[in-house]
Design a binder for this molecule. Structure first.
Ligand code: GLN
Length: 259
C-alpha cells in the first residue's frame, strides 16, 4: 500500500510533505506507522504542484525510492505552491514499476494518487477508452483514467472520486480505494480500505500555529489543510477520516460525507 499526502493553503514547499515533518513521506517510505498492507514504499515516488505561471500542474515522478534520489532534497526545498500532492509507492504484485505507473497521475489541472488495489475488470466499464486511455497497465492508472473521464464530462472533483470508488468498490468487494486528488483550488480524498487523516490549521487557534515550528521551519506559517494516509507529525489536531467516506477541502471549508 502506498502512502500519500497533500496540502491546500498558504504557499509552502514540497519538503513540507516529504522531508521536514518527523513522519513525512520520506520516513513513511521506510517506516510507515499505520500501513496495513506492505512494509516499505520503495517502488518509486512522485509529486505534483501548481506554479502561478502555468496552466497545468508540474509533475516529477521517479521509480527509485524517495530516499535514493540525491537531487530531490534540493528540488523539494524550492518547489512551492498553495496546492501540493506527493506519494511514495509500494507496487502491488503484478503491477509494473515504471514512471507511468507512479502517482500522481494527471489530466488538465487534476492530479490523482491511489493508495490500494483493485481488480482492473471492476474499472473497465468506468471509462470508454480503457485500456488505451490509461497511462499504464497499473490498476491505479486505470482508476485515474476513470476519474479523468468524469473530469472531461464536467464532474466536480469530489463527485468524480465518489462515483468511481463506489462503482469499483461494488464490483470488487476486496478493493482498497483510497484516492487523493486536487485541482489547484480544492482537494478531495476517499477512505475505502486504508487509513486517512487530515489536519486543519486554517480554522485552528493561534496557539496551534505556534506549535507548527517543526513543520514550517521558517516558512510562512499561514494556515491550510493537510491530508495524508497517516499523520505527518506529532502535533495535536490530526483527525481520522471514517472508513467509506469522502473528504472535501476547498478555500475555507472542510467537509466530510459518507460514501
Ligand atoms: N495498486 C497500486 C500500485 O501497484 C497502488 C499500490 C499501493 O497502494 N501500494 O501501484
Amino acid at each position: 500500500m502506498c502512502r500519500h499526502a497533500a496540502w491546500l493553503g498558504a504557499p509552502r514547499t514540497l519538503a513540507s510533505l516529504i522531508h521536514e515533518p518527523e513522519y513525512g513521506l520520506l520516513t513513511q517510505s521506510y517506516a510507515p506507522r499505520l500501513q496495513r498492507y506492505g512494509t516499505v514504499n520503495a517502488d518509486g515516488y512522485g509529486m505534483g504542484w501548481y506554479d502561478p505561471g502555468q496552466d497545468e500542474p508540474v509533475r516529477y515522478r521517479r521509480t527509485v525510492p524517495v530516499w535514493g534520489d540525491a537531487n530531490l532534497p534540493g528540488l523539494a526545498r524550492v518547489a512551492r505552491s498553495h496546492c501540493l500532492l506527493a506519494a511514495v509507492r509500494s507496487a502491488t504484485v503484478g503491477m509494473p514499476i515504471e514512471e507511468t505507473a507512479t502517482a500522481p497521475f494527471a489530466d488538465g489541472r487534476w492530479l490523482l494518487s491511489h493508495n490500494g488495489r483493485v481488480d482492473r475488470d471492476a474499472v473497465r466499464d468506468l471509462a470508454d477508452d480503457l485500456p488505451g486511455g490509461a497511462e499504464s497497465p497499473c490498476d491505479s492508472a486505470w482508476l485515474a483514467a476513470a476519474v479523468f473521464a468524469r473530469r472531461r464530462a464536467g464532474f466536480p472533483l469530489g463527485e468524480a472520486l465518489a462515483e468511481v470508488v463506489v462503482h469499483a468498490g461494488a464490483k470488487d468487494p476486496g478493493a482498497r480505494l483510497n484516492l487523493l486528488a486536487c485541482d489547484g483550488a480544492s482537494l478531495a480524498a476517499t477512505a475505502w480500505g486504508d487509513t486517512l487523516f487530515f489536519h486543519d490549521s486554517l480554522h485552528g487557534s493561534p496557539s496551534d500555529d505556534l506549535r507548527e515550528d517543526s513543520l514550517h521551519r521558517g516558512e510562512d506559517p499561514g494556515g491550510g489543510v493537510l491530508v495524508a494516509s497517516e499523520p505527518l507529525d506529532g502535533r495535536p489536531g490530526w483527525r481520522a477520516v471514517p472508513e467509506r467516506s469522502l473528504l472535501l477541502v476547498s478555500a475555507g471549508d472542510v467537509h466530510l460525507r459518507p460514501l
